[in-house]
Ligand binder design. Structure first.
Ligand SMILES: [Cu+2]
Length: 303
């Protein structure tokens, strides 16, 4: 087996380099300045947590790897078409086996997969290794909005509803801004316990900037954690097709300084305690911390 000379290889190498260059400029331009998805955006959303950094890094590694593999296979196909068509190769060889080739195309993919597995498993472990929580929030998917309870503050629970177009203030994104945003302190570990109205449907609590996404399943508790390192307002949308208003139950999280968070806590304690800010008719599964982790309390529906 011999390639038809260095010219071909060089051209392939040049092509690969050019493509990598294009991809590089895409991922550079992909660091968008806005905190939410924009029209014609390329690449992943701006990361504000260590986990999202890792997700983006893994994505970039795999993008390069998969591009190289695809180009390699394409080059082989083109080579075979050019070199072994009926005109160029009228008398075909009778070769049917090549032990060394078979060994190579088994072992090389194995090595590639092992190489991919390392950052992938590391990321999984980091995502599911929950550091001790500074703030714990319960997010409850309703038809069709999110309710929130701050588990460290009995009086802070509220309903968060999407703002209609005519309620938007300057700069607020359409279909993403809410009347009551979740507020969390910067550089603190936030646990979000995610569930849904037990008589409802499955939703999904997602904030792409944080790299978190988990289903909100009636009667069950999913859990995500994040540590946002940059103050700002971040958005997400329900990411499980849940019904007619699936597109209209956004998630808005404000990451603020410790001082602002304390101020907000004071305000929220009065604001949300003074009125019935959460819909009590909805009987949401209660959650208890048994020391090992959180679990939906069995029978919570009946009590
Ligand atoms: Cu939903």
């Amino acid at each position: 087996m011999s390639f038809s000379g260095f010219g071909f290889k060089n051209r392939v190498a040049l092509g690969v380099l050019a493509l990598l260059g294009v991809m590089g400029s895409f991922s550079a331009s992909a660091v968008a300045e806005t905190n939410h998805a924009t029209d014609w955006q390329l690449g992943l959303i701006k990361s504000v947590t260590p986990i999202m950094d890792e997700i983006a890094e893994l994505h970039n590694i795999l993008l390069i790897l998969i591009t190289l593999i695809t180009l390699f296979v394409l080059a082989l196909l083109v080579y075979v078409m050019a070199r072994f068509n009926e005109k160029a190769n009228p008398v075909p060889a009778k070769t049917t086996h090549s032990a060394s080739l078979e060994f190579a195309w088994t072992v090389v993919p194995l090595l590639i997969l092992s190489f991919m597995a390392i950052p992938s498993w590391r990321l999984l472990a980091n995502q599911y290794d929950f550091p001790k929580a500074d703030v714990t929030i319960k997010a409850i998917g309703q038809q069709w909005n999110w309710d929130y309870e701050y588990l460290d503050h009995e009086d802070i629970s509220f309903t968060s509803i999407m703002k209609a177009d005519d309620e938007l203030e300057r700069g607020e994104p359409r279909l993403l801004a809410t009347d009551n945003a979740v507020v969390v302190p910067v550089n603190k570990v936030i646990h979000v316990l995610i569930t849904a109205d037990p008589s409802g449907v499955i939703h999904n609590w997602t904030v792409p900037n944080f790299g978190v996404k988990a289903d909100a399943v009636p009667g069950r508790v999913s859990r995500v954690w994040f540590k946002a390192t940059k103050p700002g307002t971040y958005y997400g949308q329900c990411s499980e097709l849940c019904g007619k208003d699936h597109a209209f139950m956004p998630i808005e999280v404000k990451v603020v300084s410790d001082a602002d968070y304390e101020k907000w806590l004071k305000w929220a304690n009065e604001e949300y305690a003074s009125k019935d800010s959460i819909n009590d008719d909805v009987n949401v599964a209660k959650i208890k911390d048994d020391g090992k982790g959180y679990a939906a309390v069995a029978g919570a529906l009946s009590d």
